[in-house]
Design a protein around this ligand. Structure first.
Ligand SMILES: [Zn+2]
Ligand SMILES: [Zn+2]
Ligand SMILES: [Zn+2]
Length: 482
């Protein structure tokens, strides 16, 4: 940690010293301490004076903030339950200052109380905490450091406690805007492209800091595969989430991660959104698909020869379940263009007229009950929608025409960007199997959260079914994925 980041202890200091300060309600029972009865009640409104005219909600908030001080002098609790419930509804959702970070100058410093407790008791308290939390407690104030000592930092440095060390280091992120936590090294590096970091294709060397492990193939930095040749390094998730959490100079904007690219006749576009403190990603991939493809051509259209992964964006569990069969089913619905000459065409026309219908190869393709519903991977926060859409083919500018294209959209949740240990990041990369997406996204789909943020009209009501309803996990040994 360099001289550019002198305040790294302040975040923890305030966090813990605030948390450890005695409650107001207990202060009144102590002899000689400041009691809440001494806090004067705010003066009542002067009825003779014409009141200024604040915005109605703001005025309402001010009024109920004043009522905060009407507390029971003995218990420190609010006497009016209606006020309490009412004020809950008036909490400003944009107000990020939680009770821990609230700075109240009337509070007495808690250092004396910390010092009163014997060293053994503090060690006992730390024993209940994880190694990361124990080290954070030790770092919170000089008194606590004297009580707890340096041992907790030594414990963190043990290779077996690597994940705890990362959790601890991620906790001091706020104090290091010009650095970025490197996971292969387990330390902060100075950002070398501060503020100008740009997401690039995976074959472009794009170091964000000077790292001794940069060339170490055995210890690669965490990244998420988007499609062929495109990955999202975890560093970019960190940068986007830091900027969102703490301010623009901590990273880059979420919008700057969006990209459009083409490869192997597929065109892709990606977009990102922060929702509920986590980074969501949408990748839309499409390619023109001729009608009546035999199974072998369908495979060629969907899978790469390089590694047999699908060309569109897929999570680590794409081989299991019905994602690929649903894609092939959708391809089968593309209407066939008919011969325009010969007896057969006349026969078709007569048949069409007899049935009272008109043949139109550009008609909207209707998918069936198997391939139309949105699919959700049960093991990670990924949702897929398969569509067949008429799309303008611009490959020949002199002859613009509409052709049917298969469009596969994937929405996913990449976690909060603190460490790669988050359950979402682990699940989406197939590194853990304790994630249940139907439990985490029980009420609302990732897709509808995402689309509602960008368009006024939300996604048409789609049924969401499991991508792997039978929960069979065969991976490459399965029969349906290719
Ligand atoms: Zn490094
Ligand atoms: Zn179908
Ligand atoms: Zn998955």
């Amino acid at each position: 940690m360099s001289a550019e980041s002198p305040g790294q202890k302040q975040g923890f200091k305030s966090k813990f010293s605030n948390a450890l300060r005695p409650k107001k309600s207990r202060q009144v029972l102590r002899k000689g301490s400041r009691s809440t009865t001494e806090v004067p009640l705010p003066p009542g409104p002067d009825l003779n004076k014409p009141l200024p005219d604040p915005a109605p909600l703001q005025a309402h908030r001010l009024k109920y903030k004043q009522m905060h001080s009407q507390v029971d002098t003995q218990l420190g609790e609010r006497r009016d339950y209606t006020t309490m419930i009412h004020s809950l509804g008036l909490l400003d959702p944009m107000d990020n200052s939680g009770p821990v970070e609230e700075d109240n100058e009337n509070r007495e410093p808690g250092e004396g109380d910390i010092a009163k407790l014997p060293r053994r008791l503090w060690a006992y308290i730390a024993w209940f905490l994880s190694p990361a939390d124990a080290a954070s407690l030790s770092l919170a104030s000089i008194t606590l450091y004297r009580r707890l000592g340096f041992n907790y930092f030594m414990v963190l440095d043990h290779p077996a406690n690597y994940d705890y060390k990362m959790d601890f280091l991620a906790g001091i992120d706020r104090d290091l805007p010009r650095h970025l936590l490197c996971f292969p090294c387990g330390r902060y590096h100075r950002r070398t492209q501060e503020g100008t970091e740009r997401l690039k294709p995976s074959h472009v060397i794009n170091p964000l800091f000077n790292c001794p492990n940069a060339q170490n193939m055995l210890n690669p930095p965490p990244r998420h595969r988007i499609t062929h040749g495109r990955t999202l390094p975890f560093s970019f998730v960190q940068l986007a989430m830091r900027a969102h959490r703490f301010g623009p100079h901590y990273g880059i904007s979420v919008d700057s991660l969006a990209r459009r690219w083409q490869r192997d006749d597929w065109s892709h576009s990606s977009r990102y959104l922060v929702h509920d403190g986590r980074l969501l990603m949408r990748v839309t991939s499409q390619t023109f698909a001729p009608a009546g493809l035999p199974p072998s051509s369908q495979r060629l259209l969907l899978h790469s020869r390089e590694d047999y992964w699908p060309f569109f964006s897929a999570c680590a569990h794409w081989r299991d379940g019905e994602l690929m069969p649903a894609c092939k089913c959708a391809l089968n619905h593309i209407p066939k263009a008919r011969d325009n000459g010969g007896l057969q065409a006349v026969e078709h026309k007569v048949k069409d007229r007899w049935a009272g219908r008109q043949h139109d190869p550009n008609a909207l393709t209707t998918l069936c009950g198997f391939c139309r519903p949105m699919r959700r991977c049960p093991e990670c926060p990924s949702e897929y929608l398969i569509e067949v859409k008429l799309t303008e083919d611009r490959s020949d500018p002199r002859n613009l025409q509409f052709r049917q294209a298969i469009v596969v959209t994937r929405w996913t949740d990449l976690g909060d960007g603190t460490t790669p240990n988050t359950i979402e990041w682990g699940a989406v990369n197939g590194q853990r199997d304790d994630y249940d997406s139907f439990q985490h996204y029980e009420k609302r789909a990732i897709a509808s959260i995402f689309e509602a943020a960008f368009t006024a009209d939300a996604l048409p009501g789609q049924r969401i079914i499991s991508m792997n309803p039978k929960q069979k996990k065969q991976g490459e040994k399965g029969h349906d994925w290719y």
